[in-house]
Design a protein around this ligand. Sequence first.
Ligand code: SF4
Ligand code: F3S
Length: 104
Amino acid sequence: TYIVIDNCIKCKYMDCVEVCPVDCFYEGDNMLVIHPDECIDCGVCEPECPAEAIKPDTEPGLDSWLKINTEYADKWPNITIKRDAPDDAKEFDGKPNKFEQYFS
Ligand code: SF4
Ligand code: F3S
């Protein structure tokens, strides 16, 4: 499966939702997650994210993010249509500690 990781937080560009063939993105206030059981591993979303926040879960060190995607995909609503990114999305691109400060 592919998963969304911390740099999505407060960037939330939403380009990913437009390309997913199975509509498996779920929306929190500040980030999206992928439902790992619904993702068909097609990989088309990964290069679409301007924040490089989508990764295959086979990359080392992403266990905690796989857990977060699994947990919150069940809690947050499905999103299939891209809206405008936050006005300050660029300011948050690459900022450290976004999970601790802004995860929601
Ligand atoms: Fe959707 Fe494909 Fe990305 Fe999985 S890898 S979330 S199926 S676009
Ligand atoms: Fe987040 Fe990238 Fe999608 S910033 S909303 S994973 S396009």
